[in-house]
Write a new protein. Structure first.
Length: 114
């Protein structure tokens, strides 16, 4: 499985971005897809996840500002990020969980700065 993430960029505080992640290969029966982020000097941290029943989960600091969604076929997800803050600056990685393990995308950089 290969994951292709896109949509990062430079945005001012209060602005918005939409990240996308598309999977190629067989991910039928996957156990969930989502996003992590890694800020400079920090460990990779969970951001949001969507599960096959379309339930979602978010880290506390993005709840109410970020929304995760995906297509019905389950091959792509997005992360709508609103009211961005400087502390959201990080490289964002998408992932998919399968019975064989977790696959990661290559990361897309989000910079929130005035």
């Amino acid at each position: 499985v290969q994951l292709q993430a896109s949509g990062g960029g430079l945005v001012q505080p209060g602005g918005f971005l939409r990240l996308s992640c598309t999977a190629s290969g067989n991910i039928l029966g996957h156990e969930g897809m989502g996003w992590y982020r890694q800020a400079p000097g920090s460990q990779r941290a969970f951001v949001a996840a969507m599960y096959p029943d379309r339930s979602t989960n978010y880290r506390d600091s993005v709840t109410g500002r970020f929304t995760i969604g995906g297509d019905n076929a389950g091959h792509s997800i997005y992360l709508q990020m609103n009211n961005l803050k400087p502390e959201d600056t990080a490289v964002y990685y998408c992932y998919v969980d399968q019975r064989t393990g977790r696959s990661w995308g290559q990361g897309t950089l989000v910079t929130v700065s005035s």
